[in-house]
Design a protein around this ligand. Structure first.
Ligand code: HGY
Ligand code: MN
Ligand code: MN
Length: 416
């Protein structure tokens, strides 16, 4: 039996078509979750699923999927192996992040269907809602994993208004979001192909990264509160300048990580000054803080260190401080079973591989408590991501999709 492999041209056509939705013209995409461009991309995805006769599914969280039924489907519980990723992007992001994993997952199911491969379980290719957190973060996969709580939707990190507008555009409800948990016994596993979004594979000249763990992520909105004053007539000593406290904290956060948390990262991705005039001492500054760590101990200690420093800097500049906790995704080890399936697939295909910890968050961390989950990375040129500079050579994309296909066959008990 000839070895199954993906159809590179067909997957390339899908990839290029998907990249048109929200294209920013410079190689990037603007496709925030549940935006018009994202909904258009999902309508396109549904067409691709249905035109090859696969069952299209959508759940209460808006997760889109192609479902390939096992011949044993009528059994009491036929398990389903999930493969997939996400079609939403960060603002002005790259066209590979998430999208590659979705078109590869669709291609895997098409290959299995057109070759009439009978597996001992169902296969489902997923496009999870709001992986990137422009609304909530890992929203669709957290809903499937049963982590999502009503309170997570009250103060979403993308803002309540944006969340409600997204729900309305997509015809979704909060109640629907909270009703899509899948029982562990129904899932055989989850496998995801993703770009590395870093430069370790390129530097090591390896074809495939096999993810061993995904970092934990925490986010806060920190509001430094001072007093608006005339920028010309108020002495420097008399000011309660929220900009000073926010800026001092931001610089201190970097020093804390560099000095005491070498395996971690922290990021201030946004500062919102109010009222925001040239000639007004800032009355308040809202700082969007996110930090990541490979272990729970480190993320707990870093959380404490950063919040205590925020309080110190607020006091130093005679400011108030409002601390809004926006959520935590725990550090997550990947399944040994999935890692072995990927490694065996790489070896069979003659592809080099290396173990990697993921510094990016992924939907897989939402499902790890339910079933064996695993991820593979393919090289990112110059390590660029979350930017129109994001790029992966097509041959690497094809390698990744073929490894995903062979690993899925292994996990689903099909012929290798
Ligand atoms: O932010 C992340 O780590 C991922 O790209 N959502
Ligand atoms: Mn991603
Ligand atoms: Mn991303």
């Amino acid at each position: 039996m000839t070895k199954l492999s993906i159809n590179s041209e067909r997957m390339r056509a899908d990839f290029d078509a998907l990249a048109q939705f929200g294209s920013t013209g410079d190689g990037g995409v603007q496709r925030p979750s549940l935006s018009e461009t994202h909904l258009a991309a999902r309508r396109w995805l549904r067409e691709q699923i249905e035109k090859v006769g696969m069952e299209f599914r959508i759940d209460g969280a808006g997760n889109h999927s192609a479902f390939l039924k096992s011949p044993n489907y009528q059994l009491p519980i036929t398990k389903t192996l999930l493969v997939g990723s996400h079609t939403d992007s960060v603002p002005y992001g790259g066209r590979f992040d998430g999208a590659l994993g979705v078109v590869a997952a669709l291609e895997v199911l098409r290959v299995l269907k057109e070759n009439n491969i009978e597996l001992s379980m169902n296969l489902e290719a997923m496009d999870f809602t709001d992986e990137e957190g422009t609304l909530v973060g890992l929203l669709g996969s957290s809903a499937v994993g049963g982590h999502l709580r009503a309170e997570h939707l009250q103060k979403p990190r993308g803002g309540r208004d944006a969340f409600e507008a997204g729900l309305a555009r997509a015809g979704l409800t909060e109640q629907g979001m909270l009703s899509v948990e899948r029982p562990a016994r129904s899932l055989a596993g989850y496998l995801e192909l993703h770009i590395e979004q870093g430069n370790r594979l390129i530097n090591a000249q390896k074809n495939i990264g096999i993810v061993t763990a995904i970092v934990g992520i925490m986010a806060y909105r920190l509001k430094f509160i001072g007093r608006a004053d005339h920028a010309g007539t108020t002495s420097m000593q008399d000011r309660r300048d929220a900009g000073q406290g926010a800026s001092a904290f931001t610089l201190a956060a970097r020093e804390i990580v560099l000095k005491d948390f070498p395996r971690c990262v922290a990021n201030v991705g946004k500062m919102e000054f109010a009222p925001g005039g040239f000639n007004i001492v800032p009355a308040s500054v809202v700082v969007s803080l996110e930090f990541r760590a490979p272990s729970d101990d480190e993320i707990v200690q870093l959380d404490h260190a950063l919040i205590e420093r925020a309080k110190l800097e607020a006091e130093r500049f005679n400011l108030g401080l409002e601390i809004e906790f926006l959520g935590k995704h725990s550090p997550t080890p990947m399944s040994q079973v999935a890692q072995k399936a990927f490694a065996d697939a790489c070896d069979e295909l003659g592809l080099s591989h290396m173990p990697l910890v993921s510094g990016a968050g992924h939907d897989a961390q939402s499902l790890a408590h339910l079933c064996p989950v695993g991820m593979i990375f393919v090289p990112s040129v110059n390590g660029a991501s979350h930017s129109p500079r994001e790029f992966t050579e097509w041959c690497d994309c094809v390698n990744g999709a073929n490894v995903l296909l062979q690993a899925a066959l292994r996990m689903a008990g099909g012929a290798a």
